[in-house]
Structures are given as structure tokens and as C-alpha cells.
Design a binder for this molecule. Structure first.
Ligand code: FEO
Ligand code: CA
Ligand code: CA
Ligand code: CA
Length: 506
């Protein structure tokens, strides 16, 4: 391949070869600026950037493509560089505070200076953290019910993996593998595993968790509208043998209502995908109890599922009862801006031989996101032929190209059948035109890292990317396996969020 032209905006790039260099490698003509790395001060109060950055979203200020707020998720910590090892299986209070503080999210004021370099402004009033210590309100059917032990407000957010932007300019962030932190911090695990909402521009707007969207190992959200104007949110549950969901609001989206549309996420129906029937199955308490009546462990199930609150808290178990199809670790779901089809990254499932994963495409009936029926295909499969393995986060450009990053686990990288892929990378896959389904490599991450959270500015001249867990397999902190981002004088690798530029308007 001698280069690749996206149809409308992004320009050209010459695909790179897989590499095991300890660097974020990009095609010639592209560069990256490190905006913030673990531990950097982000505001005048002295708050610091958390660990293991993941999802990013750029919120333009006054429509600018060069000045805005950048939300960044912080998914988990590494005891080697954050809270320290537990003693006799127990963390001290100070360690728990570090564990919780370094997860959640960061809001950074970012801008491109006159030399074309992206920077954060640590003097901005917008710079702030949302952490495992921040008070949250619960909304929806589980709030205040016995299903969450009566809670209407809960402590903090953590395990924030990917997320999404709402139609009303707020941020959704997804609590994924919450179990470890909840247990280490001695917190009630029914309070985690939700989708949270934050207004990055307004620290006084109460941050909240929307229980109507279900509690599971949430990867991300993809929001769109049904043909009749209701809000639809697609979501994957990133576990082996777990399901794909969608939520449809009862009320209709009103652009004039701004962030008050948030209420739409409190009242609606959660559906699970039955891929054999091509049907979305409504997860109502009535349906769950009717299914429980027919089960061999009927008494146990009827005791577990008494209210809609119980259904959302135990969403995976309810989905299984209702005929939801277990799939291979559904990660990001994205809606094609080109034709309203859905792309779902099924990253892998080594328990039954799906070693390299695949990307599934759903076709909703009549291209209506509110449809109750769908068809699907395997759009692209990981492996030698396609050149990628373990697709994870997805994002579209305006030309219908799907950008995907890979998450081969650090323990598998550069060994066995993963050898040829070398480090984790980023790939561009056209979803329309003659090259449909062909993956071209755009980036390769530093040693033992994973590239996460790709997000374009609206003009697609800047791509934000989070480099997560470089040097993850390090055993001796005085001899790390990676030193990325190679800051002069630094003595450890640091997860960092970068801005990639070089895209030319065609
Ligand atoms: Fe945190 Fe599913 O990746
Ligand atoms: Ca992920
Ligand atoms: Ca992943
Ligand atoms: Ca990962």
C-alpha cells in the first residue's frame, strides 16, 4: 500500500509496520505532543493527573478546534507506582486514598499554541478531578431501594474504562472492572458498575450514576436517536460470555432543553441482544419474573428479582434468564455516522478459542436505532491476515473509517501467536468503498502499553489518544521495561494522554 486517503477530511498516511520500539510510533508526517502524564499538576489547587488514562473526549470552547476541555478517564492503578503493595493483604487508609484518588477522571483545559503544540493550562479554573472520593447521586430504578442497600448517594467512581458524549454536551464514563477496587477499599460493590454523567463545564452540576442503564462491567456508551426522537444508548459488558445492551428512553430528546435531557437516562427500557433471534429483549421485572417461574431454581430467582432495581443491579443474570446471547467480551460499540449500523469490538475470548477477536456489525431494522429487530455480520476478524488482534476502543471519522486500538494483554505481547503484531497499535478500517474491512496500521504503542480512548477534534485535524500502562510488566521499579514518555530526568514510565497532529485537510 502506498498511502491511504480517507474520503473527506483526514488526509493521507503511509501505514507503519508492527514494531516493538519503546515509543509511540506514527506514520511519517505526524507528530504527538504529550498533554499530561501521571502525576502532573492540573490546576492551581495542586490536583494531579490520575493513573492509567483511558477514554478521552474533547469539548470545544466556543466551537474551537484548538481550545477546549479534555475529559480523560483513569481506569486503574499499579501498586508499583501508585499506592504501594498491600501488607498482609490489607491497604492502609493512606493507600486506599491514593488508590481512589488516582482513578475516575480528569478535566483539563487544553489548547494548541502558536507553534502548533498542544498543551494543558494548569492555571485554568476548569481543571479539576472526579475521583473515587467524589460524592455521586444515584438516579433511576435502583436509587434508594434495597437493591443498593437504600443508597441515594454513593462515594466515588473508579475503574473508568471508556465512555461517550451525550447529545447535550455532557460526559458519560463507564465503570468497568470495579470489583477489585471496591473490595480493596472496603466499599459496597452494588454502588459501582454503572454509567456516570458529568458536566465538564460546571463543577456545581451534581455528578450522577444512571442505574436505568444497568450495572455490569461497562465498557462504553454510544448514543443516538430513534426515528421517533427517543434517546438510544448502546453498551457492551466487557466480560467473557457477556451481552450487548441498549437503553431506550421513554421521553423524547429536546435540543432546547440542554443538559436537562439528562432526565431521559433515568426513565426508559433496558434491552439485551438475542443474536439468534435478531431481537432486542426488554429487561422488565415482569419479563424476568415470568422467565424465573420456568427455571429449575425458581425460588432462588424469584427471591433475587423482586423489583426493577434488582433487574438493573443484577443485569447480566437477568439478561441470561431472558435469552441474551453471551458473546466474546463486547468492548466498544460505535454507531456509524455513515449509515447508522453499529460496530462492536469483541476483543477475544480465550475460554473457547477466539484468540484474536473480531468486530461485529449490527444492522437495525429500517436503520432505526429504536428497532426491536436486527441482523448482523462479522465485519472484520483479528489474526494474521488482518494484521490486528484484540480490537478494543473504536471511533469513526466523518468519512466512515473505523479507527480501532488493540488490547493484546501485556502477558501475551510478543509471544506465541501474538508475535507478529509486536506492540499494541492503532488501525484504520474503511467501512465503505473498495477497501472495506482492510486494516491499515496508523500507530504502535510503547512497550507493554495499550492505546486507548481515541477522539478527534470536530475538524479531524487533531487526534487525542491515551497511552495506558507502558512498562506494565515491570518487576523492579529501578529497572522498568519501558521509560515512555522519556521525559528528561524521569525515572519511571508514565501513562500519558497525547494529541496527534499532521492530518491535512484535502
Ligand atoms: Fe477496560 Fe474493556 O477495557
Ligand atoms: Ca477498554
Ligand atoms: Ca480492553
Ligand atoms: Ca486493557
Amino acid at each position: 500500500l502506498f498511502g491511504f486517503k480517507t474520503n473527506r477530511v483526514s488526509g493521507y498516511f503511509n501505514p507503519i509496520d508492527p514494531t516493538d520500539r519503546d515509543e509511540l510510533v506514527l506514520p511519517s508526517g505526524f507528530k504527538y505532543d504529550v498533554i499530561a502524564a501521571y502525576g502532573d499538576v492540573i490546576n492551581e489547587a495542586g490536583d494531579t493527573f490520575g493513573y492509567n488514562n483511558d477514554f478521552t473526549v474533547f469539548f470545544p470552547i466556543n466551537g474551537s478546534n484548538e481550545e477546549g476541555l479534555l475529559w480523560v478517564n483513569h481506569e486503574y492503578t499499579n501498586p508499583l507506582w501508585v499506592e504501594g503493595e498491600a501488607v498482609n493483604g490489607k491497604l492502609t487508609n493512606a493507600q486506599i486514598e491514593k488508590l481512589l484518588y488516582n482513578q475516575g477522571g480528569s478535566i483539563l483545559k487544553v489548547y494548541r499554541d502558536q507553534n502548533g503544540v498542544w498543551k494543558m493550562d494548569p492555571t485554568s479554573v476548569y481543571g479539576r478531578r472526579v475521583t473515587g472520593l467524589t460524592p455521586f447521586t444515584l438516579t433511576g430504578p435502583a436509587a434508594g431501594t434495597p437493591s443498593v442497600n437504600g443508597a441515594t448517594s454513593v462515594q466515588g467512581t473508579f475503574a473508568n474504562c471508556s465512555g461517550g458524549m451525550t447529545l447535550w454536551n455532557t460526559l458519560l464514563s463507564c465503570e468497568e472492572n470495579f470489583e477489585r477496587t471496591a473490595s480493596d477499599a472496603g466499599l459496597d460493590d452494588t454502588h459501582y458498575g454503572w454509567v456516570i454523567e458529568v458536566d465538564p463545564f460546571d463543577a456545581n452540576w451534581q455528578v450522577r450514576k444512571h442505574t436505568a442503564l444497568g450495572r455490569f462491567n461497562h465498557e462504553n456508551t454510544a448514543m443516538g436517536l430513534s426515528k421517533d426522537g427517543r434517546v438510544v444508548v448502546y453498551m457492551g459488558d466487557d466480560k467473557r460470555d457477556a451481552c450487548v445492551y441498549k437503553f431506550i428512553s421513554n421521553g423524547k430528546y429536546d435540543p432546547a432543553a440542554g443538559r436537562n435531557n439528562s432526565r431521559l437516562l433515568e426513565d426508559g427500557t433496558l434491552y439485551v441482544a438475542n443474536m439468534k433471534k435478531g431481537a432486542w429483549v426488554a429487561m422488565t421485572i415482569e419479563a424476568v419474573r415470568a422467565a424465573a417461574e420456568k427455571a429449575s431454581n425458581k425460588d432462588e430467582l424469584l427471591a433475587k428479582f423482586k423489583t426493577q432495581g434488582d433487574v438493573v443491579v443484577h443485569a447480566h443474570d437477568a439478561a441470561m434468564l431472558l435469552g441474551g446471547t453471551p458473546t466474546d467480551r463486547p468492548e466498544d460499540v460505535e454507531i456509524s455516522p455513515f449509515d447508522n449500523t453499529l460496530f462492536i469490538a469483541h476483543t477475544n475470548n480465550d475460554s473457547h478459542g477466539n484468540i484474536h477477536g473480531h468486530i461485529t456489525r449490527f444492522f437495525e431494522e429500517n436503520s432505526d436505532l429504536g428497532a426491536m429487530n436486527f441482523d448482523f455480520e462479522i465485519f472484520a476478524a483479528g489474526g494474521r491476515q488482518s494484521g490486528f488482534s484484540a480490537p478494543d476502543n473504536l471511533t469513526f471519522d466523518a468519512s466512515g473509517n473505523l479507527w480501532t486500538v488493540t488490547d493484546i494483554s501485556s502477558s501475551s505481547l510478543n509471544s506465541g501467536v501474538f508475535k507478529s503484531f509486536k506492540n499494541n497499535g492503532m488501525f484504520v478500517i474503511p467501512t465503505t468503498g473498495p477497501s472495506t474491512g482492510e486494516a491499515l496500521q496508523f500507530a504502535s504503542g510503547p512497550v507493554e502499553s495499550e492505546l486507548t480512548g481515541p477522539w478527534f477534534t470536530p475538524d479531524e485535524r487533531t487526534l487525542f489518544l491515551a497511552v495506558q500502562h507502558p512498562g506494565e510488566n515491570t518487576e523492579d521499579p529501578s529497572n522498568p521495561t519501558s521509560m515512555w514518555p522519556h521525559r528528561p530526568g524521569d525515572n519511571q514510565p508514565r501513562p500519558a494522554v497525547v494529541a496527534i497532529t499532521g492530518f491535512r485537510l484535502s
